[in-house]
Design a binder for this molecule. Structure first.
Ligand code: FMN
Length: 168
């Protein structure tokens, strides 16, 4: 394991994020993994942060609401089969770790584990959460991504990155 600053390999990691990164949650003995391709890496309140965008309908959303933490993995190996499962099934219905063959290892600073895969990993604790407001949204984005009826907008979780490292 190589400890690195949160912005190490930032260009590469954002490129990976735009295709497929993984967001892991944990609550009362159960670990869940979802695919995420939207988010932000930056600095807020003088802290390194990852901003996750999670729809309220996701099981992951309900777990973050309970624990206020998650881990993020930018994989440096082909995990496309696992991504198929983690990005299309809900942890409400299946155990995605079992189904995808992914395994986890303990994080260093938080209760939520990280995926035990080659890549860069962030341990994150939520410091602010904000549901999107349709009122302020560009109409073109509203049209493309959201259905007013279902009200399934993203929630922005701003999380402090409390540890970051690379697993070989
Ligand atoms: C490439 C890709 C990117 C995705 N990005 C996001 C995202 O950023 N936010 C989100 O809420 N859902 C995203 N999803 C959808 C979730 O991964 C998917 O709904 C998943 O089944 C949710 O799992 P859960 O219910 O166990 O949380 C993405 C799916 C794919 C395939």
């Amino acid at each position: 394991m190589q400890t690195v600053p949160f912005n190490f390999n930032a260009g590469k990691n954002l490129e990976i994020l735009s295709k497929t990164a993984f967001l892991t949650t944990y609550h009362m003995g159960k670990t869940n993994v979802m695919v995420t391709a939207w988010g932000g890496l930056g600095v807020m309140w003088k802290m390194p942060v990852f901003v996750a965008m999670i729809r309220k309908s996701r099981y992951s959303y309900s777990l973050i609401e309970k624990t206020h933490e998650f881990t993020v993995t930018f994989p440096y190996a082909d995990l496309s089969k696992a991504a198929e499962i983690c990005g299309h099934y809900s942890g409400r219905d299946i155990n995605k770790l079992e189904k995808s063959g992914l395994s986890t290892r303990a994080a260093r600073k938080i209760n939520t584990p990280v995926l035990d895969v080659p890549g860069m990993h962030l341990e994150c604790t939520v410091i602010y959460a904000r549901p999107m407001s349709a009122e302020k949204l560009d109409p073109a984005i509203q049209e493309l991504w959201y259905d007013r009826q279902s009200n399934d907008y993203h929630v922005f979780f701003v999380a402090q990155i409390v540890d970051s490292y690379i697993l070989p």
